[in-house]
Structures are given as structure tokens and as C-alpha cells.
Design a protein around this ligand. Structure first.
Ligand SMILES: [Fe+2]
Ligand SMILES: [Fe+2]
Length: 396
């Protein structure tokens, strides 16, 4: 899971905000709770402020799926076992972060670290900012597992439940955990980044959570995860390609292995939605449209390093400029999913279902037009410091 993309209003439709760096970058006030007058509660309140998301979080709808539909998910347990769990890899056959890192017990450890640092010298700062942002996103995994376990009909009720849904969630989390772990260790060894600032950002992000409007609704959850896994796949794959062009084949390999995991996850989640389209097309297409109307907000959108109040937008803008993850990718993913689930061919829908179908099928074209406008705005890009790279400045 992962990735960037916040959004700004653009006319009546929303567009990923990193397409609009100059407009998105400055002036958004930090969000504070009102403090009470009494000093004891003021102290408590100040402490609470420390752990509040640094931007305002909307009041969300909860449990938007009707309780009767929970039966659908219970009845799918065998299907999940036979069709979804097969996309997991047993631990013994999985790569581990250590496979790509110097072995601290070997005699050649210091030499290997030196070689890693030499290779890293060839990679420009921009790429390090993107790698750091991706790593921080992966490191907020506790938030994503919580999100899955907040979802009606599929949550792990006990923490070690033997339903196929729960097994998937735990095993998916365990696979994902390797991603943040590997990137974190690589970045630490690279000697190029301010680990303390990065670690603060991770702590703040996990403390803030995420606000992605899934509403405890499994239809919405699996639309979201389908989109996210593909977005992460695209991002890691592009990073791999770009760092290879800068001569760091080892780093390229590592990003490529993470991308391959994301691809397997995408396959599993898109298969779940494909099944839901077969069983309950009306609810599924309405969930798809709702998620796209609200826009797919990226999981790390609340990241904060204690300094830059628009850190996520700035990180996303660098990713956009490098071609690691762009507004075009966002639209491509949407188009891919519309085709993958054959949304255009759905029949027998309610009036609301048909409206939702039209909305998602027409959305890619509308977003393409907005991309062109946004590119014109993006040319007015400022330069800003990133604390993750010791306040060295980058052009947005
Ligand atoms: Fe993933
Ligand atoms: Fe991941």
C-alpha cells in the first residue's frame, strides 16, 4: 500500500494537488484545537494538540453498508480461500530486506556500506525525497491494517481469526512490512538523508492516522486498495527505472522487488472487486463512483515533519516532476480499473447505479482535460527546503 496524491478543487471536479504546486504550496494554516482556559486542561489540551493531524480532518460517515450485506462477505469466505489467498507468498519463498542489504555480521560489511554510499552519490536529491516519502508511506502500515480491521464484514474479529478475510489481512500486512523495513534500512545506510527528521515524520504520521472516507464499507475499502496497490506498483516501478538510469542497479533491483509485491496485491484486490461486480453490481458501481467523487486520497496525506505544513503536497510535486507518480498515472489507473471491471458493460442497474456508471466511465476524459490546464500552472514552481535532506532546497 502506499502513495501520494492529495487533491485540490479545480472547477467542479477534483484534481491531484501535486499538479498545482505553486498554488498548493503555501499559506494553508496549521490546524489547532481551541484551548480551554483552565491551566490543567490547557496542559492536557496542548499535549493533545501535539498528536492531532496537522490539517483539519472531516467528520466522516461511518458504517455506510447496510448490515444485511455482511452476509455477502461471510458467504465469500471459501471463495477468498481459493481465489485470493493464492496471491500470497509463503514466508520461505519471500524475499526479505536482508537479501538486499549489507550483512552486518560479515567481514566485508564496512566495504559493502561504502559501496552502497558510492552508488547513492550518483542519485540526485530529488530521488531521495521521493524514496523517503515512499518509505514513510510504507512505514505507516499500522494505520492501514487498522483501516482493514475497521471494515464491516471482513475485519479480523480476534486478532488471530481463521476466516479467510482475516488471514489475508494479516498476511498482506506481513508482506507489506518488508517494504518500509527495506527502504528504511537502505536510506539509513545511504548517508544521504536526515534520519531523525524522517523518523519524526513517521511518528507524526502514524499518530495522525488517515482520512480516506472508506466509511467501514468493504465495497469502498476494496476499491481503495485496488487503486492504491496499482498506484504503488506504478510508483516503485518508475523509481526503479529512474535510479537504474543513474547507474544504481542495486537500488533499482530493490524497488523492482517491492513493485512486484504491489502488483500481486493489486491482482488480489481487483479480483475481489471483480467478484463484487458479479454478485452485487449496483452497490459496487455506486461505491466506485463515491470513492472517485471524493477522490482517492493517498494514505500518507497527513504527513508532517514538524516544519513544513504542506510537506505531502511538496513531496507529491517532486514525484510528479520526476515522473515517479503523476496526474497522468492517476487517470491511467482509473481508466485501467474501469476496463478491468468492464464497468461500461454493466446492465440491470438502478437509476443511481446507471448514474454512477456514467460518472466513472466519463471521468478519465474529464481528468485528462484538467491535466492539461494544471500543467500550465505547474510551470510557476518555487524552490523549497526539505528537512529530510538537511534542508537542502529543491525545485517543485
Ligand atoms: Fe502493496
Ligand atoms: Fe508496499
Amino acid at each position: 500500500m502506499a502513495l501520494k496524491l492529495n487533491h485540490m478543487s479545480f472547477g467542479s471536479q477534483k484534481l491531484p494537488s501535486f499538479a498545482l504546486p505553486a498554488m498548493a504550496s503555501f499559506g494553508s494554516p496549521k490546524f489547532f484545537m481551541a484551548s480551554p482556559l483552565r491551566s490543567a486542561s490547557k496542559k492536557v489540551d496542548n499535549l493533545k494538540n501535539t498528536f492531532m493531524p496537522h490539517e483539519e480532518v472531516q467528520v466522516e460517515v461511518t458504517h455506510s453498508m447496510s448490515p444485511q450485506k455482511i452476509e455477502i462477505f461471510k458467504s465469500l469466505d471459501n471463495w477468498v480461500e481459493n481465489n485470493i489467498l493464492i496471491h500470497l507468498k509463503p514466508t520461505e519463498k519471500s524475499w526479505q530486506p536482508q537479501d538486499f542489504l549489507p550483512d552486518s555480521k560479515s567481514d566485508g560489511f564496512y566495504e559493502q556500506v561504502k559501496e552502497l554510499q558510492e552508488r547513492a552519490k550518483e542519485i540526485p536529491d530529488d530521488y531521495f525525497v521521493v524514496l523517503v516519502g515512499d518509505m514513510i508511506t510504507e512505514e505507516a502500515l499500522p494505520t492501514y491494517q487498522s483501516q482493514l480491521n475497521l471494515t464491516d464484514g471482513v475485519r479480523d474479529e480476534t486478532g488471530s481469526s481463521l476466516t479467510s478475510w482475516a488471514i489475508w489481512t494479516r498476511a498482506w500486512t506481513a508482506e507489506e512490512n518488508r517494504h518500509g523495513d527495506l527502504l528504511n534500512k537502505y536510506l539509513y545506510l545511504s548517508g544521504r538523508v536526515d534520519m531523525r527528521q524522517i523518523e519524526k515524520t513517521i511518528q507524526n504520521l502514524i499518530g495522525s492516522g488517515m482520512d480516506v472516507k472508506i466509511e467501514n464499507n468493504p465495497y469502498k475499502l476494496f476499491i481503495y486498495t485496488s487503486f492504491q496497490e496499482r498506484a504503488t506498483f506504478v510508483s516503485h516501478k518508475n523509481t526503479s527505472k529512474l535510479v537504474a538510469e543513474h547507474g544504481d542497479i542495486e537500488l533499482a533491483k530493490l524497488c523492482g522487488f517491492i513493485a512486484a509485491d504491489e502488483k500481486r496485491h493489486e491482482t488480489a484486490y481487483t479480483k475481489i472487486i471483480e467478484k463484487l461486480f458479479e454478485i452485487d453490481p449496483d452497490e459496487t458501481v455506486r461505491a466506485f463512483a463515491d470513492m472517485m467523487r471524493n477522490k482517492i486520497v493517498m494514505p500518507a496525506h497527513l504527513m508532517y515533519d514538524g516544519r513544513d505544513e504542506n510537506l505531502f503536497n511538496h513531496f507529491s510535486t517532486v514525484a510528479q516532476r520526476l515522473g515517479v507518480y503523476t496526474t497522468k498515472d492517476y487517470t491511467d489507473i482509473l481508466e485501467f480499473l474501469v476496463d478491468r471491471w468492464m464497468v461500461k458493460d454493466l446492465t440491470g442497474l438502478s437509476a443511481d447505479g446507471r448514474k454512477a456508471q456514467d460518472f466513472v466511465c466519463e471521468l478519465p476524459l474529464r481528468l485528462r482535460k484538467l491535466e492539461e490546464k494544471a500543467q500550465l500552472v505547474a510551470k510557476r514552481a518555487p524552490t523549497i527546503p526539505f528537512s529530510w535532506i538537511y534542508d537542502r532546497k529543491l525545485m517543485l
